[in-house]
Every structure is written in structure tokens, then in C-alpha cells.
Design a protein around this ligand. Sequence first.
Ligand code: HC1
Ligand code: SF4
Length: 574
Amino acid sequence: MITLWINHQELKVKKGTTILEAAKFANIHIPTLCHLKLEDFGIVNQGASCRVCMVEVEGRPNLMPACTTEAVEGMKIRTDTLRAIVARRMAVELLLSNHPNECFTCPKNLECDLQALAKELGIREIPWVGEKMNYDKDTSSDAIVKDPNKCVMCRRCETMCNDVQTCRILSGMNRGFDAFVGPAFNIPMVESSCTYCGQCVAVCPTAALTEVNHTNKVWKALNDPKKHVIAQVAPAIRVALGEMFDMAPGTIVTGKLATALRRLGFDGVFDTDFGADLTIMEEASELVHRLKHNGRLPILTSCCPAWVKFFEHQFPDMLDIPSTCKSPHIMFGAVAKTYYAEKMGIDPESVVVVSVMPCIAKKAEAKRPELTKDENNNVDIVVTTREFAAMLKEAGIDFATLEDSDFDRILGESTGASVIFGTTGGVIEAAVRTAYEWITGETLENVEFSQLRGIEGIREAEVKVGDRVLKIGIAHELGNARRLLEAIREGKVHYDAIEIMACPGGCVGGGGQPYHHGNMEIIRKRQEAIYKEDRNKPRRKSHENSEVLQLYHEYLGEPYGEKAHQLLHTYYEA
Ligand code: HC1
Ligand code: SF4
């Protein structure tokens, strides 16, 4: 331990602690902009490029950046001198001097870190006139909008894309006032190998990177009397949406969610969890089929669209490994426009499926050619948790005071197995719950497989199923996925089944979720809430979902059978 003083306050910290971390221990706030550190997820961006965290250190002639300067024995630090205050303000004033003045209409209005900093530092005028950038917005993709004019070169997005996700799409371009971060040669996003995971969006402090806003499409559909508009909500929404309405992270709002959708005027209020249970029926069948017939192993889960895009780009030689299952919300859409429409006597052409997702990549997934052509136009509109919250606010709905209600039938029932899809490890745990009973013919008494849970980036576990031991691999974040797949490709490891989710913590940490501002505790709380919701469910195995069983009985026939293949499975292309 070392002893130091910050603003005359004595404190002891571990050797190797930065001034910024030491100040946090002492509850002294030092403002930052480029800094981002999520230790458990191995996410660190501390290039000290913004110079907002400058502090005075006794005996040093220059101000020092608190985020990268290590605290040493006897150090005397001041964060509150006029020199430090002026330097911090100047750093922000310079950024503002060439930043577009369009806060009123900016998608990040009131959620922008730069705007918040200007307020916090008491900036009332910008003393310099910087040269404004005048780049075109990149609206080429269905998922992400890139506005270089709002880039502050903090490079958080680069850290996420290059170091964490290893997609290596983003890098700094140009110098001085013209500098911004974008794909090499500034090609349109749609032409890059971007997976649309949205993790760059999740950490961008301004609106240089945002999701494509599809809320107007939803309003339009809801106001079209000829349309039958139905909503489905992803597992991870129910544990995060509350944050947008000042509720604590991890507050479960499933019942309020159903009520809110009804208030917005949706004709059907459903749960993607139904689609997740359906996915397990197909994916567990596929696993059992591959095990029985010496099929290709490991089987890879295919519900995360950023992961699908990643393996198509990065592992084109291994496209025979992933499960052919469509993702749960796409399966839901497929069933809604066929079975549901038929049963309800509605013209399938009039059905508009809106998915409320924690994920930005789902927007691009819904537009994939093989999922949109002919009768396969499964999902029409995808909005993120943030966009959905904005719609509720726009409609004047006081979300926090809404009463609880249930999802509609016949696509609204779900089991605990489907809820845990929302966290890393959950999809494979759900599949094991079903595969275990199918393979052994025994009832699984304890459905919680603790060995599959956790937050480490790569995990592995062995699960005894009858006389066979299934070797399971789990990874979240694409960099971890890459490491796992490379080890498989090189024959260094063997697994029977693998679950991969692109975002930190799985969908709970999705790129469309309420901004967590680097607070990892938030992702943990959402994960805990997911497991709590599972424990509270009367049925916890997908194959016990009575509405899913009814669907097979009345419409699909056998799981993994011909009709199921036609409706619920897909293919991949390099
Ligand atoms: Fe997910 Fe999924 S769990 S991908 O993480 O398989 O987005 O929540 O909806 O489709 O069910 C996301 C979450 C979500 C799908 C399911
Ligand atoms: Fe990189 Fe993901 Fe952002 Fe695409 S969406 S640029 S892959 S971090």
C-alpha cells in the first residue's frame, strides 16, 4: 500500500493504482471523457486523448492526466486548483469549438457525455471558433448511423471494435480539426465487415455513432387501420427498460412492459421468449440429431446476429458448424405471419411484426435477404430498448406507475429456459435442460447448471447426460469468440456445443440497451434479474411450454421435421 493526498485528504491505495482510481476511493470526482474501464470484461480505453482529467501534482511542472498517471508514495494531488479547473474547461471548450451546435435535434440530446461535461464544468460560452467539419452522415446500413462531424476522437469505439470485438473496422483518420474515426478509407459501413454488434455505439460519448432510428416506422404502422401490428419483446428488455424510467438496474418490468405495449395500441402483445422456447425445441433436436448420427460437432448457437455476421466474415471455412436455427425473434415472426394469422383469421399481408430488442444487429438481421424474401419476410421493424423507451415517453406513458398485465395468447407463454437467453450461458443452459430429458428419458430435477453460468469471457463445462459427457464452450464478446473458434479450427480443443454472444454479458449488455456509462455493476444486476425471473417461472424447460407444444401439434408437426425446417431454419453465406 502507498499513502498519498488528494485535495488534502490522506488515503492509502494499492501500488499501481492510477490517480483517477485513487480519487474514486476517496469519493473525489474527476471528470473524464475518453476514459472507459470495464475490468471484468477486459475493456480499457485510457489513451488520455481528451485531457479532461488533468490534475496538479506537487513538484511536477505540468498538469498530469489522472487516468494514466500512477499514484506514488507521498504524492500530493490537487484536483480543485484554478489551474486544473481552467485546463479541464479549456479541453472541453476546444472540443466544443468545432462541434456541431445541434443539441436540440441530436439523437443524444440529454444523453451526451460531452453535453453533460459542458454543464458540469460550468461552460457558458465557447471562446474559440473552430473549423467545423462537413462530412456526410453514413446512413448506408440498416443498423448504425455514423456522423463524423460529432466525433471527438476519444477512441472508445476503436477500443471496443478493435481490442474487445477484434472486428477491426474502426480507426482514426485525418488530422487536426478534420480528424474522425471510421472504417478504413471511410468506406460506407455497409461495405465493411461490421457485425453491427453496436458496442461502438454503446460507448460513443456523443452521437458520432448511433442506431438507425425506426420509431417513426412503428408510429406509422400503429396508425394504419389496415395493419395488424404486433409486438414481441426480447428477454433482456424486461431487466433493463426500467433504467430509462429511473428504476434501479435489474428491476424486472415484464408486466409493465406488456401493459405499455397495449397502451401504445399494438394489436397483439407477445414475448420473444416464446420464440426462444421454440428455438430450443429445434436447436436441442438438432444437437440430439448430430450426436446420434455422428454429425458435425460442435454445434454453435446461432441466435446472436452479430455473431452470425462475424463467423460469416471471419470463419467462412466453418459455416457447416452453426445451428441452422433462425434466431428466436425471427422464428416468432415466421410463426406470427403463418400459424397465428391463420388461427386468428387475419390476412398475413396485413401483419406487421415489431421486435423490441436490446440489440442493434437485429435491425440488420431482419433485413437479411434470406429472411425477407417471398413468404420469409419474418420481422418488419426492430427498435432498441432505448428507442422503445423514447416512444413511451413521447406517448406520455408514465411507465413506472403502470399496472402489470400478461402477454397475449397464443404466442405469449414462456418458460424460465427462454428468459435466460438474455444472459451469457443461458441459451446453452436452456438447450441442455431439454436435451438432457430427451436423451435420458429422465426428469431433470435441478434445472440450474451453475457450471454454465458466470461472467468470464470464455468458459467451459462438462455436463453428464446419460452415459455421455457433453463438453460445452461459452464465450461472450467477439474477441473471445474468435479465440475459441481459432482453437477449434487448429484442433487444440474439442467441444460438443458452443454458445456465443457478441456483447459483454450477452444480450443484457446489448448495444441497444440503456447506456451503462462503463458501470459494469449494471450489467451484473441485469444478469441477476434474468436468473431471478427464471426461478419465478412455473415452467422452466422449453419443451414444457404448452403453447409451443400446441403449435407443433396443430401446425408444425415434428420438431426438426419438414415444415419446421421450411419455416424455422436458415442458411449462412460467406
Ligand atoms: Fe437476445 Fe435472443 S436472447 S439474441 O440475446 O436469442 O437481442 O434479449 O431477443 O432473437 O430470445 C437479443 C435478448 C433476443 C433472439 C431471444
Ligand atoms: Fe465494430 Fe461492432 Fe461497431 Fe461494427 S458495430 S464498427 S463491428 S464495434
